[in-house]
Design a protein around this ligand. Structure first.
Ligand code: COA
Length: 260
């Protein structure tokens, strides 16, 4: 796949995606979003990929938001299309991925950048990272799920304060509020994300997919998360991974999961 704005590499079953527009602080333009969609959806069918780490190029930014220059003259209809297309083709795709996706936040994660990190399953931040949803200072609100996912992650009161003030918070505050799972020194960022991802990838991929779907069900309008859990739980019993996991436990050996 020819890519302009992403660096992509697979090592030890981890797909590393680096958003690579350093001169624009990795701002998400249309092409970058399209490439993210293509690379991530293609990885779903690639057995060589067990999990994904998303980060930003350079020391300054993870992603400093949607590319403001691209939508400066949009009307309401174009804006609706931008938000809907982004949400359904990228942010929801990431949240619903059956393969675990970790955001390694290496600097500014603002607007669409924080929304991208929030769509990932787990967030690790470097101690120098800064996060915020500054859209109201541009006369906008978040459009890629930020109003919903921030409230889900840190609660309505804290989310409203961040969104209404447009303030950035530092990594340690993001950790305290539950916005990020871990804060580490800059040089430990990727190793920490790898450590978590490798642990997840050593578990049953079939069960990991089920767990993600069951957890996400709580946030889907009209879905009963408890019912979804019952369904996913029962589906696991029909998987080879379940047979292998139980056999390996009884035989006191490491399980060799196939994800089926
Ligand atoms: N969209 C488009 N371009 C962006 C961008 C964005 N979201 N964020 C940064 N850039 C560009 C700048 O325009 C600048 O480009 P230029 O060198 O061609 O002028 C380049 O990236 C570097 O940014 P700059 O503002 O000069 O860096 P800084 O260190 O002074 O400030 C930020 C860093 C992150 C505080 C500042 O860039 C910023 O506020 N960005 C916008 C954040 C935002 O509102 N995001 C939500 C968008 S909906």
């Amino acid at each position: 796949m020819d890519l302009t704005n992403l660096l992509v590499e697979i090592r030890d079953r981890i797909l590393y995606i680096t958003i690579n527009r350093e001169s624009k602080l990795n701002a998400l333009n249309k092409l970058t979003l399209a490439e993210l969609h293509d690379v991530i959806t293609q990885s779903f069918h690639d057995d060589a990929v067990g999990g994904i780490i998303i980060t930003g190029a350079g020391p300054k930014a993870f992603v400093a938001g949607a590319d403001i220059s691209e939508f400066s003259d949009f009307n309401s209809d174009e804006a609706r299309e931008l938000a809907r297309e982004g949400q359904t083709k990228v942010f929801d795709v990431i949240q619903n991925s059956e393969k675990p996706i970790i955001a390694a936040i290496n600097g500014f994660a603002l607007g669409g950048g924080l929304e991208l990190a929030m769509a990932c399953h787990i967030r690790v931040a470097s101690s120098t990272a800064k996060m915020g949803l500054p859209e109201v200072s541009l006369g906008l609100i978040p459009g890629y799920g930020g109003t919903q996912r921030l409230s889900q992650l840190i609660g309505r009161g804290r989310a409203l304060e961040m969104i209404l003030t447009a303030d950035m918070i530092k990594a340690d505050e993001a950790y305290r509020t539950g916005l990020v799972n871990h804060v580490v020194e800059e040089d430990k960022l990727i190793p920490k994300a790898e450590e978590i991802l490798k642990k997840i990838m050593s578990r049953s991929p079939f069960a990991i997919g089920s767990a993600i779907r069951a957890v996400n069900a709580a946030f889907i309008e009209g879905e009963n998360g408890f019912e979804a859990e019952i369904t996913e739980f029962s589906n696991c019993f029909g998987s080879d991974d379940f047979k292998e996991g139980v056999s390996a436990f009884l035989e006191k050996r490491p399980a060799e999961f196939k994800g089926k």
